[in-house]
Design a protein around this ligand. Structure first.
Ligand code: AVJ
Length: 326
């Protein structure tokens, strides 16, 4: 065994280095060049994302927490005899904690399953939710799909699947449908989903949320290049790439890109990538789709869910929707 083969095969966010390398190789070869947004969240990326959530320009987190505080009680009242909550992508656990704090103790579920690819996020979230003494917390370090399958293997009683923070915005429309249909297939009638979704708003407000004056989102985006360096032995000039955010009105999405300032060599040893980017060429690293409220209802209905409640924060353009599997 050489020293490289002896390296641990798991990177900090739980995906194998082989999987990371294979994805990097494949997505960089596409036209336009891309990198999957799920790789934004290693330890540093997750810390940068938490900083983004504290910035005045990024309103998603606070708008959603306000809605959860104000309407959490109504959410649970619509789900009598709820026994379990499965949260996909709990982050630091603040969203679920806020939801639980808004509910009278007798409405709280007995069991919580947290599903995330990030081990550090899971540890923090489990500790936060564990502070509710009467709730049993189980964690699954996995992708949403396999984690959900795992969580549903031992299901009993009534389940609520929470998918908050507008994380659904990272899926393109067919992806969002497939994802919700997958959730629906793991549920039985009367189970429910709680969806937090960022809404379309004036372009200036969208752009400053994804290209902020402090440069934190730029650091979040360029951290992908740092990961290529550290985990895949890449030789890339970090200063050779700029952060760019743009509003794609046709597809109703904010896109993040890394833009080559000048001609750039892209050599990534462990992914067998050896390419050149021309000045101005971009690597597309994320889409954040924005919705109008009716579109959320339509999407849910087409995936086997009947919306039973929707609360909207008009100031920041954010919707919280509860829907029952039928
Ligand atoms: C966590 C996917 C909801 O798209 O708004 C924040 C990630 N990207 N700033 C989003 C993100 C740039 C965020 N989501």
């Amino acid at each position: 065994m050489d020293s490289r083969a002896a390296k641990p095969a798991v990177s900090v966010d739980g995906a194998s280095v082989e999987q990371f390398a294979a994805d990097v190789r494949y997505y960089l070869s596409l036209t336009p060049r891309q990198l999957p947004s799920r790789y934004l969240y290693d330890d540093l990326g997750s810390a940068l994302f938490e900083s983004i959530c504290r910035m005045p320009w990024y309103t998603i987190t606070r708008a959603e927490l306000r809605l959860l505080t104000t309407h959490g009680d109504s959410v649970f009242r619509r789900l009598p005899s709820l026994t379990r909550v499965v949260e996909l992508g709990p982050g630091n656990g603040d969203k679920l904690r806020t939801l639980f704090e808004a509910a009278p103790p007798q409405h709280r579920p007995i069991e919580v399953h947290l599903i995330d690819v990030s081990a550090s996020a899971l540890a923090t979230a489990a500790q936060t939710i564990g502070s509710f003494g009467d709730v049993r917390v189980l964690t699954h370090q996995a992708t949403y799909d396999s984690g959900l399958r795992e969580a549903q293997r031992q299901r009993t009683g009534r389940t609520l699947v929470a998918f908050l923070g507008s994380n659904i915005g990272n899926f393109d429309p067919p992806g969002a449908s497939a994802f919700l249909q997958n959730i629906r297939a793991s549920l039985k009638n009367g189970d429910a989903v709680l969806l937090g979704v960022d809404l379309v708003k004036p372009t200036e407000r969208l752009l400053v949320a994804y290209d902020d004056p402090l440069g934190i989102t730029a650091a979040f985006n360029r951290n992908l290049l740092v990961r290529l360096h550290r985990e895949l032995d890449a030789a890339i000039d970090l200063d050779g790439f700029l952060h760019r955010a743009l509003w794609n009105a046709e597809h109703r999405r904010v896109e993040m890109h890394l833009v080559a300032r000048t001609d750039q060599a892209l050599r990534i040893a462990r992914a067998q990538v050896d390419e050149r980017l021309n000045a101005g060429e971009t690597i597309w690293t994320e889409s954040s789709y924005k919705y109008v409220p009716e579109q959320i209802d339509d999407l849910l209905e087409s995936c086997g869910f009947k919306p039973t409640g929707q609360w909207i924060d008009r100031d920041d353009g954010f919707a919280l929707t509860i829907a029952e599997a039928f």
